[in-house]
Design a binder for this molecule. Structure first.
Ligand SMILES: NC(=O)c1ccc[n+]([C@@H]2O[C@H](COP(=O)([O-])OP(=O)(O)OC[C@H]3O[C@@H](n4cnc5c(N)ncnc54)[C@H](OP(=O)(O)O)[C@@H]3O)[C@@H](O)[C@H]2O)c1
Length: 275
């Protein structure tokens, strides 16, 4: 059974979801969403930038799980932020998804000079009840502090790259102290975690796969996870992380692996500006 977390606005969110980045082929999206739902997964992470919302929407319509039991995440991209078109971008996402609300709508990246205004637009969407919660992604402490000082609603979630090779303790502790749930995206470091000796040894000890160890590490840190996979067997195995625990001493060993390795590329339009 996939566990859930209560967000700071009293909305319950599953601790495991399926990521859909880099999957923009209709058949592939249908297969992965269907496999994830069959494995018990109820959370789906998409974004306008992934160019697959239409297919995610079609998969949701076909999956026979009542809408209220699913948790759908989407995000506003940088271009819409710069154009001051967050409301329009959200409306287009809803249309592509064939939904009348999303469960969590996020700012994908903190575009300098834009993200506080974008946040106010998200607050309006939240007030009009077309999103059940609002959050951010790739935000550092300084971005969160800027929001805290200038806005009324604290983000429910910060979706950031988090795995044993990249554990930003200061940011995680800041989020947890502020009641912002940390969602680990790219929780397998894009697959790079899986060949690490330490993870493989611990996986053997528990009779689990390296992916399950990396994902379970994140769950025990208090994060939710949204692994990506195009492989039906991997999707099934990745969902099976709630029936075992990693002992404290092994968690401590996994913690020693942090080397700040980042696999998520900063988007081109943000690369040459300090953000
Ligand atoms: N907010 C953001 O800016 C942001 C950025 C990046 C990602 N994300 C979100 O996070 C999600 C996941 O990120 P990601 O896909 O880039 O990285 P990831 O989940 O860390 O890693 C995906 C890789 O792991 C492999 N994998 C998964 N399960 C496996 C298993 N059990 N055994 C062996 N290999 C396994 C997959 O290969 P197979 O296909 O062979 O299974 C794939 O190559 C994205 O889909 C997206 O929703 C958000």
């Amino acid at each position: 059974m996939i566990q859930t977390v209560l967000l700071n606005n009293n909305i319950r969110m599953p601790l495991l979801g399926i990521g859909t980045n880099n999957i923009s082929d209709e058949k592939a999206v249908m297969t992965i969403v269907n496999s994830a739902v069959t494995a018990g997964c109820r959370m789906i992470d998409t974004a306008s930038f992934y160019k697959n919302e239409e297919y995610v929407g079609a998969a949701i319509a076909k999956c026979q799980v009542p809408r209220r039991d699913l948790f759908v995440i989407s995000k506003v991209w940088n271009t819409a932020q710069r154009l001051g078109d967050t409301a329009g971008a959200f409306a287009r996402s809803l249309e592509r998804l064939h939904l009348n609300y999303v469960d969590l709508y996020m700012i994908h990246w903190p575009v300098p000079g834009c993200f506080p205004t974008t946040w106010r637009e998200l607050e309006k969407l939240y007030s009009s009840r077309v999103v059940r919660s609002i959050g951010v992604s790739n935000f550092d402490i300084r971005h969160l502090e800027a929001l805290r000082k200038s806005s009324g609603i604290i983000p429910a979630v910060n979706q950031i790259e988090c795995h044993p090779l990249n554990y930003n303790k200061d940011l995680v502790e800041y989020c947890q102290a502020q009641g912002i749930h940390v969602q680990a995206c790219a929780p397998l470091a894009g697959g790079a975690c899986l060949d690490e000796d330490i993870i493989c040894v611990i996986a053997t000890k528990y009779g689990r796969t390296p992916a399950q160890i990396a994902l379970r590490w994140a769950i025990q840190k208090g994060f939710s996870v949204i692994p990506g996979s195009g492989n039906v067997d991997h999707i099934r195995a990745d969902a099976d992380i709630f029936g075992f625990s990693i002992e404290e001493e092994d968690m401590a060993i996994l913690d020693t692996m942090n080397c700040g390795k980042r696999t998520i590329e900063v988007p081109e339009d943000l690369r040459d500006i300090p953000f």
